[in-house]
Design a protein around this ligand. Structure first.
Ligand code: S3P
Length: 229
């Protein structure tokens, strides 16, 4: 059994009311920012109790936090199959997510998401990148937790805006003020994202570091030492 503490590093030195470890970039505390953001990786549920049912890794989190990009790298390193709920859903529905939203409405999209999540319960050795709103339905998160270590990728609204501003395939961000939409939605969803097993801030880390952190947590959940490829 892995003896992981609740925090894998010391608790943050500069807690903020919204997210205990987040410090705005360019703040006077910036020199200590990296140290504080490292502490953002935390366990919200006891992954130290190695559970044989954890066969997959699920990446959750807001749009633009890097779930697909990171997921591909993690899957390659683990030699797992990469799955993306948005891609699977589009194949099933035989139309784009933008069209599902426009023609059928968001409730239909959410139902399709829930049906798909249930079908993923039989999967083994997969890295599953999920749509940003998927775990807002607690039943979907519960379903993922039956078989996967659930890792939430986090970034600030401003970073998300920078990453998504030149893309147009996300219906929820196609309104007149996407940055404000991101701020509002992210704040509303934060309590749900906090239910993940591990929370990883992607904002001050490169792809490689985020990938290794995730693989480390997955191995820890399996009670195995982390070997880098
Ligand atoms: C959504 C996120 C999108 C996609 C859909 C709705 C959301 O996925 O599922 O546009 O509600 O946050 P990504 O997070 O992969 O962009």
């Amino acid at each position: 059994m892995v003896q992981a503490p609740r925090w894998n590093t010391s608790p943050p030195k500069f807690p903020c009311p919204k997210f205990p470890c987040l410090i705005p970039a360019h703040s006077p505390a910036q020199s200590q920012n990296r140290r504080a953001t490292r502490a953002l990786i935390r366990y919200s549920s006891p992954v130290n109790e190695a559970t044989p049912t954890i066969r997959n890794l699920a990446l959750v989190g807001f749009m633009g936090t890097g779930k697909s990009t990171v997921g591909h790298h993690v899957a390659d390193d683990l030699r797992f199959t990469f799955l993306d709920t948005d891609d699977l859903l589009e194949k099933r529905a035989d139309k784009s997510i933008a069209r599902i939203f426009a023609e059928d409405g968001e409730p239909v999209f959410r139902q399709l998401e829930s049906d798909l999540v249930r079908d993923l319960e039989t999967k083994t050795n997969c890295v599953i990148a999920t749509g940003g709103g998927l775990i807002v339905n607690p039943a979907n998160l519960a379903s993922l937790k039956k078989h996967a270590l659930v890792i939430c990728l986090w970034a600030s609204p401003e970073a998300i805006w920078q990453r998504t501003r030149h893309q147009s395939h996300r219906p929820l961000l196609n309104g007149p003020d996407p940055l404000q939409t991101i701020r509002t939605l992210l704040a509303a969803r934060e309590p749900y994202y906090r239910q993940a097993d591990v929370l990883v801030n992607t904002e001050y880390r490169g792809l490689r570091e985020v990938t290794h952190q995730i693989i480390h947590h997955f191995h820890q959940s399996q009670g195995q030492p982390h070997t880098r490829h």
